[in-house]
Design a protein around this ligand. Structure first.
Ligand code: MIG
Length: 657
């Protein structure tokens, strides 16, 4: 059952697509308006679990920290952060005798104190008006299903987007791209797509290519004939450049975010001085969406949207002010405070909150301050693209994933989880985000495999790939200046080849389970406790998850470990895989097991009574997978029925004995 409570709603986010009557009774939280804030409190007991909050730091159980939804570009992702790139304001509270979900529908900053100030108390606080949806059901699955129903069906990418993607910030020329293709080919590594990052653009201008990409259309076609797609980046801001027609159109039509007097508000991002398109303005959104045509006409079928928190290096006004002041300091005799003041002024340029307060959107003729609807910016950018794709070709799926998001954008795009680092604990964080993201509607998800920031190591790249083969978006991506981490740059290319082959081996199951999870509003990844809620042990398990109907994943996330403890909440079949063709199995009983997992082995577990479809050959790309020649790994004694969604989304039912 779903109830809506209205607290002077400021702005309709569009996150909820069903109309729900306002409830008249008292909300389950202890509500008060105090100190200009809406405050929702709830007393926990010692066993209360809190799930949700999508892209965030810390555990699957979110209890014990304070999280703030305020989309932020900061690549330093560690456990004391409160805001990452996304606002996923849905939590599920599980008490001994009560379970409910709560969605705080607001475009503004909101804080979830889940036992921080007071270890036993939840306090959700926000200044602006909002709607709160309360969902009660007997089961956690039921709560999630009802929530996902009211936020609308999750985005589904094209089938090829489940293949492996190679990416790196720093690829610059057509030759760079050809070099990657060549290296993948000569090393017999599968590849479905390559991302083009900002250096492939002409001067950081969206929807362009730099001059090295001659004969673009032929080049794109040639690669596509090999089943390799190029996936260009689209940054949120548009370069100020009088010879750039997109800029000129934006200026002429006032499609930009403005200052309070409706003048263009110039900011600095990768293209230098830029304007932010006003994705919240209907006409501007339609206009921006139509710009994707430029690339669609060339045969491009996938995009990634970046810098859409929006990330801002400076505002023109502020940078002028700061450098004027600093210029006046030349030759002055400094006290140490003077030094720190000047230094602080420069550091304070980037992502300064004042910019968000000075920026305005023009929504139906009314100026709305950006700060108040900040969290919607990336969502609305994805919406602009997605609505245009439908117009361009309503029968085709396009790949789109975004860095910034807010519940609602899950209908239009997937997300990658931003600038992680080549740290072992980010493998674990990757794992823990999967169920939380699914709860909030995000299904096409993935992290930068092998790590974005910092230098990776070969064993980290291997272990991370051993998790990423099970996630819908599998992209090896790294930052400029870091060690080259394309798999062919390491010593044990054969290990990588084997692991990649397992991606394509498992893909029939992954794709099928993905589509079914989207269509039934259920989870592709679950905390163990959701499946085994009578088993107290599973309440606290944070480094194993259930993947689809029957697989349990327990990856290695510690350097130099060649095994780990795995708790099995039922009888399972251990599947020890070397590559798509070679694996061995052994039955294991419910309980604790120390499981050996050498670097060159992928180990996963299939629950008793089930079987999974696999493709038992090495594939070069997703189109190599022959759906008429699937095999099964079985852990069933009785007749077992599996409904497989094939690559054309046909449902085929198999009876497995
Ligand atoms: O400020 O386009 O998260 O994936 O490679 C950095 C360059 C800008 C941030 C993205 C990252 C991308 C990088 N971008």
């Amino acid at each position: 059952m779903i109830k809506r409570y209205n607290y002077n709603l400021l702005y309709n986010t569009g996150s909820i697509i069903k109309n729900i009557e306002e409830a008249k009774d008292k909300i389950i939280f202890d509500y008060r308006y105090d100190n200009n804030k809406n405050i929702f409190k709830y007393e926990m007991n010692k066993n209360t679990i809190i799930y949700g909050l999508g892209e965030n730091v810390r555990g699957i159980n979110k209890r014990g920290w304070v999280y703030t939804s305020f989309n932020t570009d900061d690549p330093d992702i560690h456990e004391t952060r409160s805001s990452l790139y996304a606002s996923h304001n849905f939590i599920i509270i599980i008490d001994e005798n009560k379970k409910f979900g709560a969605f705080f529908d607001t475009p503004s900053e909101i804080t979830f104190d889940l036992g921080y100030q007071d270890i036993d108390c939840i306090s959700v606080e926000t200044e602006n008006g909002l709607n709160v949806y309360i969902i009660e059901d007997d089961s956690i699955d039921g709560i999630i299903k009802e929530f996902r129903e009211i936020i609308g069906e999750s985005y589904i990418p094209p089938f090829w987007a489940f293949g492996f993607c190679q990416s790196r910030w720093g690829y610059k020329t057509k030759e760079d791209v050809l070099d990657i293709v060549k290296n993948y080919e000569i090393n017999n590594l599968p590849l479905d797509s390559i991302c083009l990052d900002i250096d492939c653009l002409d001067n950081y201008k969206d929807f362009t290519f730099n001059s090295s990409f001659d004969n673009k259309k032929d080049f794109i076609t040639e690669l596509k004939n090999k089943n390799i797609r190029l996936v260009p980046i689209v940054d949120a801001a548009i370069k100020k450049d009088g010879s750039y027609y997109i800029y000129n159109e934006m200026l002429k039509n006032k499609y930009y975010c403005m200052d309070k007097d409706s003048n263009p508000y110039f900011v600095g991002v990768w293209p230098g001085d830029s304007l932010l398109p006003d994705y919240l303005n209907n006409n501007a959104s339609k206009w921006f969406g139509s710009k994707y045509k430029e690339l669609l006409d060339l045969g491009i079928e996938g995009f990634w949207n970046d810098m859409n928190e929006p990330a801002l290096f400076y505002s023109r006004n502020h940078v002028d002010e700061v450098f004027k002041y600093i210029g006046e300091q030349v030759g002055k005799n400094f006290e140490v405070e003077d030094y720190f003041k000047n230094k602080g002024m420069v550091i304070g340029l980037q992502n300064n909150l004042n910019y968000y307060k000075e920026l305005y959107h023009n929504i139906d003729g009314k100026l709305i301050r950006h700060y108040d609807i900040h969290n919607l910016y990336g969502y609305k950018m994805a919406e602009a693209a997605s609505l245009y794709f439908k117009e361009y070709n309503k029968n085709k799926r396009y790949l789109l994933y975004s860095r910034s998001s807010h519940i609602g954008s899950h209908r239009y795009s997937g997300i990658w989880t931003g600038d992680n680092a080549s740290w072992w604990n980010h493998i674990l964080l990757n794992l823990k985000m999967l169920p939380s993201l699914n709860m909030c509607g995000y299904m096409y998800i993935g992290a930068d495999s092998a790590g974005f920031g910092q230098n990776t190591t070969e064993d980290l790249a291997i272990r991370w790939a051993e998790l990423s083969i099970f996630t819908p978006l599998f992209r090896n991506h790294s930052a400029k200046g870091t060690r080259n981490q394309e798999y062919y740059n390491f010593k044990n290319i054969d290990i990588f080849r084997n692991i990649l082959s397992i991606r394509y081996m498992i893909l029939p199951y992954l794709y099928s389970e993905f589509i079914k999870a989207v269509k039934t509003n259920s989870l592709l990844y679950k905390p163990l406790f959701m499946e085994f809620s009578n088993d107290e042990r599973t309440r606290e398990i944070e480094d194993e998850i259930i993947f689809g109907e029957s697989i349990l994943l327990a990856p290695i996330y510690v350097q130099n470990a060649s095994g780990r403890y795995v708790y099995l909440p039922d009888d399972y079949l251990e599947v020890r895989v070397k590559n798509a063709k070679e694996f061995i199995t052994r039955p294991l009983t419910k309980g604790d097991h120390y499981i050996k997992m050498n670097l060159d082995e992928v180990v996963f577990f299939i629950r008793k009574g089930y079987a999974i479809p696999i493709y038992k050959e090495f594939a070069k790309n997703v189109y190599d997978i022959n759906y008429d020649n699937l095999s099964w790994i079985k852990n069933n004694d009785n007749l077992y029925e599996y409904t497989l969604v094939d690559k054309d989304d046909n449902y085929r039912t198999y009876k497995i004995k």
